[in-house]
Design a binder for this molecule. Structure first.
Ligand code: SF4
Length: 250
């Protein structure tokens, strides 16, 4: 079996703990308006590689990954679920820490449930982007339905996989106190959500849209600042803490 990839990074420092080998899977149907990697969308493009080839690449620099590991990102790695499960299974056999960066936007069905069960057993950390605090906003920001990532979150939470929520702060869309509080309330019941990363929206991807001839729908939206991201993170964390305290037995 071969997977389809956009690219690989040998010294990733922002996609999971420590220094990591990062595999950017090719293909994504989500069409998030803030996506800065539209070149990963096309499902039939990219480089073909086998699990063994990737693990051989990993081995070349493994001395650097002692506190890190392997991250699958994209694009959407879950679109290549059988390959992803094989990759993480073999990685775990070699003692490699595995991290999945995903939108969770794939439906868990009777047909693929067994693969999701296997994935839960070989994934050390899931970094999940819920995109928005509510269903309507989610559908406006993406081409999909928030039911899928919420089901995915519940599924992985139940199987006790550690989860980090990633949230992109877009001025005029997700940079809004009420929404941030609602996001905190949405996340709070999931005990396996152990960390939160709030990322300021940036416009560095615009040139890619132009070169691919894809219309950029956030034209004119300003970038968010690091300070705004820190404040937003505090507000979400504060809400989670309050919600969880309310649910504690007295
Ligand atoms: S899920 Fe990720 S790769 Fe896919 S469109 Fe959204 S931001 Fe881009």
């Amino acid at each position: 079996m071969k997977g389809r990839f956009h690219s690989f990074e040998s010294f990733g420092t922002v996609d999971g703990p420590g220094i990591r080998y990062v595999a950017f899977f090719q293909g994504c149907y989500m069409r998030c308006k803030f996506c800065h990697n539209p070149d990963t969308w096309e499902v039939n493009a990219g480089i073909l590689k086998s699990v063994d080839e990737i693990l051989l690449d990993y081995k070349r620099n493994e001395v650097f990954y002692t506190k890190g590991g392997l991250t699958a990102t994209g694009g959407e790695p879950l679109l290549q679920l059988p390959f992803l499960v094989e990759l993480f299974t073999k990685a775990k056999e070699k003692g490699i820490n595995t991290c999945l960066d995903t939108s969770g936007g794939i439906s868990i069905t009777d047909v693929n449930k067994e693969l999701f069960e296997k994935l839960a057993k070989v994934c050390d950390l899931i970094m999940l982007d819920l995109k928005h605090s509510d269903m309507k906003g989610y559908s406006q920001l993406t081409s999909s339905d928030q039911t899928f990532p919420l089901n995915f979150l519940a599924f992985m939470n139940k199987r006790e996989v550690e989860i980090q929520i990633r949230h992109v702060l877009v001025p005029g869309i997700t940079l809004d106190d009420e929404q941030l509080i609602n996001l905190g309330k949405l996340i709070a019941p999931f005990k396996m959500v152990r960390s939160l990363d709030v990322l300021p929206y940036h416009t560095m991807g615009i040139a890619k849209y132009k070169s691919l001839g894809i219309p950029y729908t956030l034209e004119g939206v300003r970038e968010a600042s690091k300070e705004e991201a820190l404040l937003a993170r505090d507000l979400i964390l504060d809400t989670i803490q309050k919600e969880r305290a309310l649910k504690q037995p007295k």
